[in-house]
Design a protein around this ligand. Structure first.
Ligand code: NAP
Length: 295
């Protein structure tokens, strides 16, 4: 018996006008989980602002929202650069109206033993994940305070923020920083009507993901058997959690990190685990080997 399959993505959830007349900015909203969450906001009336570096990714995201009958606009933004963030907010506000919800979804990651990680590789990941989350959040907060409007921020985390992430030291450390930042900013900004939470996804295989993230998902059957819930997550399950946390129905929830992973991260390594393999023996071979690792 596995966890029951979810309702279809278009099943009624919160009122259809929950995000009516609101602009929802999703960084990295043109691909993967960001695109999936953006679609759920659009189903509930939100106008979607898609910010990322690649024009192709942004166009892909805009197309997905328009296919649902929604409104979307894409603007170039590098979350590591606060001037680029401010300029993108300006354009979004001109085209779509004031941004009320920010989803800090953009991320970068590659697998490598910690000792093989270059200065540039370390900085690229930590700056996108941690600096980018802070810079974008600070921009939204500034605009909310200036106009007296409330705001909601959702950071996309990962459960290796708590467990560590062998083979992903850069990303795990940055995600841990994001969880901590969520708690600090929740206290600092509650007085301004700005809430901030983090959502940590589990395994959500998507068909349009870049190869470096998709590689380990070829052995679907094996991965399913490894899951306490017997299955992967479906994107609407992440979308429901994301939209709820940013909605007025979560008006008293701030500073929280919610995990959406079918309890996978709570499964402790059992005595039947295979012999320990040092990270450097599998991470250098690429992510395709991940399913058999024991670290
Ligand atoms: P993805 O498809 O690789 O998406 C990452 C997005 O971030 C891309 O759209 C990319 O767009 C954007 N991005 C990267 N660097 C950027 C920068 N400097 N400035 C602006 N945008 C940038 O990743 P994903 O797997 O969907 O992951 C989405 C989020 O979920 C991430 O925060 C990730 O850590 C988290 N997560 C994912 C999983 C999973 O199973 N996939 C599990 C746990 C957590 P451009 O290339 O156009 O810039």
């Amino acid at each position: 018996m596995a966890l029951p399959e979810p309702y279809a993505a278009d099943h009624p959830f919160m009122p259809k006008d929950t995000f009516k007349d609101q602009t929802i900015l999703v960084t990295g909203g043109g691909t993967g989980l960001g695109k999936g969450m953006a679609q759920m906001f659009a189903r509930m009336g939100g106008k979607i602002a898609i910010a990322s570096r690649s024009a192709e990714h942004r166009a892909n995201g805009v197309k997905a929202i328009e296919a649902l009958g929604g409104q979307a606009h894409g603007v170039a933004m590098d979350v590591r650069d606060s001037a680029s963030i401010a300029a993108a907010f300006d354009e979004f506000e001109e085209v779509l109206g004031p941004v009320g919800v920010l989803v800090n979804n953009a991320a970068g990651r590659f697998m490598a033993p910690a000792e093989d990680t270059s200065d540039n590789g370390w900085r690229a990941v930590t700056q996108i994940v941690l600096d980018g989350t802070f810079f974008c959040s600070r921009e939204l907060h500034k605009r909310c305070v200036a106009t007296g409007r409330p705001g909601a921020i959702l950071n996309i985390g990962a459960t290796y923020a708590w467990t560590g992430g062998p083979g992903s030291a850069h990303s795990a450390a940055a995600k841990a920083g994001v969880v901590n930042l969520t708690q600090t900013l929740a206290v600092e900004w509650a007085v301004d009507g700005v809430r901030i939470n983090t959502l940590a996804p589990g395994w959500f295989p998507m068909t349009d993901k870049p190869d470096h993230m998709r590689g380990s998902w070829s052995e679907l059957d094996l991965r399913r058997k490894q899951m306490p819930g017997g299955r992967e997550g479906h994107i609407q399950e992440l979308g429901w959690a994301a939209t709820f946390l940013c909605s007025p129905f979560a008006s008293y929830i701030t500073g929280h990190t919610m995990v959406c992973d079918g309890a996978n991260w709570l499964r402790h390594r059992a005595s039947w685990a295979p012999p320990f393999t040092p990270v450097r023996e599998w991470a250098r071979e690429g992510v395709g080997k991940k399913a058999t690792r024991s670290a």
